[in-house]
Structures are given as structure tokens and as C-alpha cells.
Design a binder for this molecule. Structure first.
Ligand code: GLU
Length: 432
């Protein structure tokens, strides 16, 4: 190895992976398989509109703090931009662009009639009081009010936001427009037009994919073990639903660390602990499990199923060869880099990609938006019927495509999705 290569290797490992570059590499692999023309690629690859705003907020102590926020609309060929708003200290434009891109192709994979968008604010929401958080949320929505609308751009929760923040967004929009407009936001509380099943929908959708995947792989969930990274909305409900199927959950984690019990963690007891605690910190004193010295080691445990449900770029060339799971269900957006995908492919790991695996959230958001527009609300049974049908049929369409094109599930999902976006774009044509 030459010195230059060595330096490059070190640089590669030490420099953070660009989530958007990673997303574009996924796109390129599928575009190549589809023989897309440069013109077709040019129209659907890059974000359509990027907005950055400064958000001054009066803090409780009387001082003023200015936060930075973004909204990226990646593509609106198939319908209004759709995607969550993330509140996190590490939010940056590159990440929001990647997340908006994935929303375009996520909506197209499950064929819900939306484009893709994403928003974010650089803030650690756990450090703000409720009043400060509300003022920040309202300021963000008011600042970007012209972008949003039930037929323009429909935000939802993401990392660091929840139904309460959605209520503030929806109220801000409704006050500006002088009319109750629930369809401008999804992921709202049920009392304000939210949908039955939306809270657990992302994890539930992941489970519908897992049911189909274990059939394909000849696994029995009752005999499987699993590790779940992240215990937010997606991770916690994924752990719970897998636990309910009889799968042994041997490790879980959140920002405070990873916790392990080879005999299986009592997930209902963890939920119980979280009723009085914000994080898993100290849970090992109440629930039978030990804190792992290295939280990243959770990913390398000898389990059947791995659910990365935290943030991007968790499985990289650094640790990909050490992954032992047979099945990875991507609860998070972008947890595996393209280079790591190649290693997992070589080792025969079956990956259900994010744009399929975690699409249950936005699919249920679509059902919420439809209910809002009708003013008629469905039961959870009705929602589960639709969610199960859409997720399972999308999984099987992607699986068939992967066999047809001899590509992995991620590239297959992009092939399905890119065809739909390209078709819509071409049918609409270019204006002027
Ligand atoms: N934030 C979720 C996602 O990444 C949900 C988006 C939505 O419901 O619009 O898919």
C-alpha cells in the first residue's frame, strides 16, 4: 500500500460519510440498471427546492437565541412533498437533502401519491423548556408558511419531534389561513385528526416486511434473536412487536448506551420504566440486563435479526464485516453506507432497505391525510388492513424485482421507485 492510499484510507474512515452522497450512489446503481438517460436522471436526482431560515426565539430567561432551520422539497412529480421535520443537534443541510431524497423514493416504493421532502432544525430539543420548544416550532412553521399546504408540502414527525409538535405546526398554519386545516400535517394527536395506528405505524410496517422476509428466508420468529439500535418511536415499537412475536430481544440501546441480556430483555418492563424516565439510563437497575461497554458492539452481536433504528451511517466499511445478523430491517433512514452494503451482500445478509422497511410511517400518514380530507375516520382494524396489504405487496414487488434484475433489495426498491417517479415526470412534461 502506498503512503497516499494509506492517507486516503485514514481520511475516509475519519471523515464523516455524506448521507446525500451515499443516497446518490444508491440512486446511480438503480439508474444504471434501468438504463436511464442523462436527461431523465437530471430531472429527478437533485432536490427541487432548498430553503434555509434563521429562527430567533425568546428563551425563558429573556435572552434571544437564533436557531437554523431547513426545508428541502426533493421531488413533487407524484404529489405534494411529504416528509418529517427533525429536531436534532447534528442536523445539517447534507442530511436533510438525503432524507428528502429518500422520502421521494420511499413514497414511490409503496406507491403512495406523494413526492419527497424533509425539514430540520439544529437544536437539542431535550435542552429546551416546553414553552421554548413551542415558540421554536411555531416560528419555523410561520417562517416557511408559504411552502406548506395539504396539496403542496405536508410535514410529519421525525427524530426529536412528536404529535405535540405536529399540533403546534397545524395550529400555526390554521391560524394564518383562518381555517382548520388538519391535512397540512400528519402524525397529529388523534383528537386533532390524527389516525388510528399512526404512532406505531413505522414499526408495524417494518413488522409486515419482517413477516414476509422470514417466510422468504425460512426463519421462525419464535426461534430468532434480535438486537435493536435506538429506542425512539421506531426502535421501541419494533422491539415490542418482535417481543410479542416471541423473538428474543438480546440488546437495545438509546443515547445513554446499549443494554444486553443474552437470555432476552423483558421489553414490557422497559416500557414500564420509560413511563417515569425519559431515557434508558439506569434501566439496568430495574430490568434484568447489563450496560455494554461499547454501544456500537450491539450491531455486531450474534443475532438473527438486527434493527438499526437510530440515525444514518451506523454500518460502514469499519464494522460491516463483523455483522452477524441474517436479516437487517432498516428502521432508520440511511443506517448502512453503500460501501458497507457491498460487504453485507458478499456475506449473504438480507437487508430490507429503509425506503421499503420504514415506509409504514408515511403510508399511515397518507391514510391520515385521506381521512382528514374526507372528514371521516377509520378504525384501527381498517388501517391495519390497508397498511398490511400495502407493505406486504410492496415487499414482494421489490423481492420479485431483485430476482428479475439480480440485484439486492435496496437497488430493487430504487428500481421500482425510480420507474414510478420517471414515468410521472415524463407524463407531466416540462413547463415552458
Ligand atoms: N419521518 C418519517 C419518515 O422518515 C415519516 C414521514 C411522514 O409520515 O411523512 O418516513
Amino acid at each position: 500500500m502506498t503512503t497516499e492510499q494509506k492517507i486516503n484510507d485514514v481520511k475516509f474512515h475519519d471523515s464523516p460519510v455524506s448521507a446525500f452522497e451515499n443516497a446518490l450512489k444508491q440512486f446511480d446503481a438503480a439508474a444504471k440498471a434501468l438504463n436511464l438517460t442523462p436527461n431523465q436522471i437530471a430531472v429527478i436526482k437533485e432536490p427541487r427546492r432548498i430553503t434555509e431560515v434563521q429562527l430567533p426565539v425568546r428563551m425563558d430567561d429573556g435572552s434571544v437565541q437564533v436557531f437554523k432551520g431547513y426545508r428541502v422539497q426533493h421531488n413533487i412529480a407524484r404529489g405534494p412533498a411529504k416528509g418529517g421535520v427533525r429536531f436534532h443537534q447534528d442536523v445539517n443541510l447534507d442530511e436533510v437533502k438525503a432524507l428528502a431524497f429518500w422520502m421521494t423514493y420511499k413514497c414511490a416504493t409503496t406507491n403512495v401519491p406523494f413526492g419527497g421532502g424533509k425539514g430540520g432544525i439544529i437544536v437539542d430539543p431535550t435542552k429546551l423548556s416546553k414553552g421554548e420548544l413551542e415558540r421554536l416550532a411555531r416560528r419555523y412553521f410561520a417562517e416557511l408558511i408559504d411552502l406548506f399546504g395539504p396539496d403542496k408540502d405536508v410535514p410529519a414527525p421525525d427524530v426529536g419531534t412528536n404529535p405535540e409538535v405536529m399540533s403546534w405546526f397545524m395550529d400555526t398554519y390554521s391560524m394564518h389561513h383562518g381555517e382548520f386545516t388538519p391535512a397540512v400535517i400528519t402524525g397529529k394527536p388523534i383528537e386533532l385528526g390524527g389516525s388510528a395506528g399512526r404512532t406505531e405505524a413505522t414499526a408495524q410496517g417494518l413488522m409486515y416486511c419482517v413477516y414476509e422476509a422470514v417466510k422468504h428466508l425460512n426463519l421462525d420468529l419464535k426461534k430468532c434473536s434480535a438486537a435493536v439500535q435506538g429506542f425512539g418511536n421506531v426502535g421501541s415499537y419494533s422491539a415490542k412487536l418482535l417481543y410479542n412475536e416471541g423473538t428474543k430481544i438480546v440488546a437495545i440501546s438509546d443515547v445513554t448506551g446499549a443494554y444486553q441480556n443474552d437470555k432476552g430483555i423483558d421489553i414490557p418492563a422497559v416500557f414500564n420504566y420509560l413511563k417515569d424516565h425519559k431515557t434508558l439510563n439506569g434501566a439496568e437497575k430495574v430490568v434484568s440486563m447489563t450496560k455494554m461497554s461499547d454501544p456500537m458492539a450491539l450491531l455486531e452481536l450474534p443475532v438473527d435479526i438486527l434493527v438499526p433504528a437510530a440515525l444514518e451511517n451506523q454500518i460502514t466499511p469499519k464494522n460491516a464485516a463483523k455483522i452477524k445478523a441474517k436479516l437487517i430491517a432498516e428502521g432508520a433512514n440511511g443506517p448502512i453506507t453503500t460501501e458497507a452494503d457491498k460487504v453485507l451482500d458478499k456475506n449473504g445478509t438480507f437487508v430490507i432497505p429503509d425506503i421499503l422497511c420504514n415506509a409504514g410511517g408515511v403510508t399511515c400518514s397518507y391514510l391520515e391525510w385521506v381521512q382528514n380530507r374526507m372528514g371521516y375516520y377509520w378504525t384501527n382494524e381498517r388501517i391495519q388492513e390497508d397498511l398490511s396489504r400495502i407493505m406486504r405487496s410492496s415487499f414482494n414487488a421489490v423481492l420479485e424485482t431483485s430476482k428479475q434484475y439480480k440485484v439486492n433489495m435496496r437497488i430493487a426498491a430504487f428500481i421500482v421507485a425510480i420507474q414510478r417517479v420517471t414515468k410521472a415526470s415524463e407524463m407531466r412534461g416540462l413547463y415552458a
